[in-house]
Design a protein around this ligand. Structure first.
Ligand code: SF4
Length: 294
């Protein structure tokens, strides 16, 4: 379990969640991104596991699969509702992950309905295998396609096809389960609006810049503006990653800084972890959720 906000440094880590909890580790997807200056960024989790602070937990390298029963036990810990990203060091829906482990994780999430659990995948079609086990407090997310995946360079057409498939899968999940579905457009490196379309299924969208280590590369203003227009027209909340700050500051046309979340589950009930988040925003001076909580 890693708490994202560090009181000592005021660092916020992955700003859109309160904690990461990872019963599953390692990933074979080998994602890479081409940066505007020609450098290639590798998966952040892979870097942490092979060269950074997480090295001790990945003795066989990042491509190895790790199952951590102790972390599974901790998945539901704590009485205060939290927004928990489960999968910051893996893609838990990847083919290499045994289905019984995915089901065990989903069951553990169901056992702690006061928390919200967020997952992301680049293997969206795999999600459909688990719709019968998805608990209502799971926010099912997909990531925008990388430039390299499973060792292959993806063309723009392949990226478009991958994102389109992800949207189809999320539409189907919403139909089957009613779960919150979301997109992490980080980095937003091309105009995704035509693929997402006006009738997209998304309940939430996170937008971020491209990064390679400590270097950031801002998206095109027009690409952000187009995505915001589609989200606003569908009244879909948007969360800006902190690394987008320079772009938003320098372009008044993009409007206010946003750290919005979905507020309710499909049955209309408030999301306890989001209510709690609003209290933290007030206490810590973070941007408040701008939508009314009721
Ligand atoms: S799917 Fe996620 S964890 Fe796996 S390599 Fe890609 S970015 Fe890293």
């Amino acid at each position: 379990m890693t708490v994202q906000f560090k009181k000592k440094t005021l660092g916020r880590g992955i700003e859109w969640c309160d904690e990461t909890r990872n019963p599953i580790g390692g990933c074979v997807h080998g994602c890479q991104w081409l940066m505007p200056d020609g450098t290639i960024a590798e998966c952040y989790a892979e870097n942490l596991a092979e060269h950074g602070v997480a090295k001790a937990g990945y003795p066989h390298g990042f491509e190895h699969h790790y199952w951590r029963p102790k972390e599974l036990k901790n998945l539901g810990a704590g009485k205060t509702p939290r927004i928990i990203f489960s999968g910051s060091m893996s893609d838990m829906y990847a083919h290499a992950v045994p289905p019984e482990q995915v089901r065990a994780v989903l069951d553990a999430m169901r056992g702690a309905p006061h928390h919200s659990y967020l997952t992301l995948t680049k293997a969206a079609p795999q999600l459909l295998k688990y719709t019968d086990r998805m608990p209502p407090n799971l926010w099912v997310g997909v990531s925008s396609p990388p430039d390299w995946f499973l060792g292959k360079r993806l063309s723009r057409q392949q990226q478009i096809a991958m994102l389109r498939k992800s949207m189809e899968v999320l539409t189907e999940i919403k139909k089957r389960t009613g779960n919150i579905v979301w997109l992490s457009a980080e980095p937003l490196s091309w105009d995704v609006t035509n693929v997402i379309g006006d009738d997209h299924p998304l309940d939430w969208c996170v937008i971020g810049a491209a990064s390679n280590g400590k270097k950031y590369y801002q998206p095109e203003v027009g690409d952000v503006a187009n995505l915001l227009r589609v989200m606003d027209e569908s009244r879909t909340p948007v969360f800006f990653k902190g690394n987008l700050n320079p772009l938003i500051n320098e372009n008044a046309s993009l409007g206010r800084w946003r750290e919005d979340f979905p507020l309710c589950y499909r049955d209309g009930s408030q999301i306890p972890a989001v209510v709690e988040r609003q209290k933290r925003c007030d206490a810590l001076g973070w941007t408040r959720i701008s939508l009314p909580l009721v």
